[in-house]
Design a protein. Structure first.
Length: 89
């Protein structure tokens, strides 16, 4: 996000740690939409599957963060205690 290629609710955002809230729209500037790596990433995401808590419009190359994911929405192999340990330092 530090390349000013990502738009958050239509405004340039270059803060990698920016927090999104439910119903925020994430999109790309036109120059970024033309990049092969962006197109490849979008194709891969569609093959793997888009989570229910995000909606994606592939034609517009934008997405909406619909809601905070519940624990049941996440893969079962996540070890939460390791995450807590990392961020408690």
């Amino acid at each position: 996000m530090s390349h000013a290629a990502v738009l958050l609710n239509g405004k340039k955002n270059n803060i990698p740690s920016a927090r999104v809230k439910p119903n925020d729209t994430i999109s790309l500037v036109e120059k970024a939409k033309a990049q092969l790596r962006v197109k490849s990433s979008l194709e891969l995401a569609e093959q793997i599957g888009i989570p229910d808590w995000v909606s994606v419009d592939a034609k517009k190359m934008e997405g909406v963060y619909k809601r905070v994911p519940d624990r049941g929405d996440l893969p079962p192999d996540i070890n939460e205690s390791l995450i807590v340990e990392l961020y408690s330092r």
